[in-house]
Design a protein around this ligand. Structure first.
Ligand code: ADP
Ligand code: MG
Length: 234
């Protein structure tokens, strides 16, 4: 579904990503794991068109992404749940959700998608009039995921959904990722929380200092000595 080949990217003269090639197949959940500063957010931004790559090829279902601005990338079925959620704290949950349906392709389905989000996350229906900024971190993450679903995507990009959340809430966020998968969404997630993300994805890539240094099935990575030493402190 998503294919990256030889992607280089960065900011001005600073290069943050080096020769990134990866793919995500329809129905898969794939993680990119790496420490702070590895380039995870840059990768998400490049795919969703917010940062232009220096070079390389990116395709979504065979269509080249490089020629599209962000709003058209959303229309191709890619939704981005950004780092730190980026909700409008002074707006209600429902208004935040509705903002996710800005794409031309999603506007006509807005009411239907809102019902779907409320079915998936009944908590959001209960809280629909509450100001987003007054909800707990886990609820805000749920709202941010809901907002992404409002665009009617095929592929969800999730940037460190567990960051800054208490351990018990982190568990809840990863079970949300599981639920989303069960609904048939394809997921590409970047995380530092190695142990837990590997429980909910099929495969993962390891990103270090802007380079992919390893990849494999979650099960194999969980058992690999180098991953356990470098990322889990075992
Ligand atoms: N807007 C920016 N301008 C310049 N450098 C940036 C910018 N955003 C990120 N970087 C740099 O790019 C590198 C990768 O950052 P980032 O993609 O945010 O990593 P991660 O999400 O894995 O923590 C870091 O060295 C960071 O300082
Ligand atoms: Mg980041």
């Amino acid at each position: 579904m998503l294919d990256l080949k030889g992607v280089n990217a960065g900011y001005g003269s600073f290069q943050a990503l080096f020769d990134i090639s990866l793919n995500v197949k329809a129905g898969e959940a794939v993680a990119v794991i790496g420490p702070n500063g590895a380039g995870k957010t840059t990768l998400m931004r490049v795919i969703s068109g917010m940062t232009e790559p220096f070079s390389g090829e990116m395709e979504m279902e065979g269509k080249s992404l490089s020629s599209f601005p962000p709003h058209q990338i959303v229309e191709l079925g890619i939704a981005h749940v950004p780092e730190n959620r980026r909700l409008f704290p002074g707006m209600s949950v429902e208004d935040n959700l509705k903002l996710g349906a800005f794409a031309k392709t999603a506007r006509s389905d807005s009411a239907k998608n809102l019902e779907f989000v409320y079915e998936l996350f009944p908590r959001m229906k209960e809280r629909r009039s509450q100001l987003a900024g007054t909800m707990s971190g886990g609820e805000q993450q749920m709202c941010a995921i809901g907002r992404a679903i409002m665009s009617g995507p095929k592929l969800l990009l999730m940037d460190e959904p567990s960051a800054g959340l208490a351990p018990v809430v982190v568990q809840q966020v990863f079970s949300l990722v599981r639920r989303i998968r069960e609904e048939g969404y394809t997921v590409l997630i970047v995380e530092q929380n190695v142990q837990q993300v590997l429980q909910v994805v099929d495969r993962a890539y390891l990103l270090e200092a802007g380079q992919l240094i390893d990849s494999g099935k979650s099960k194999d990575l969980l058992e690999s000595d180098s991953v356990r030493k470098a990322y889990m402190g075992l």
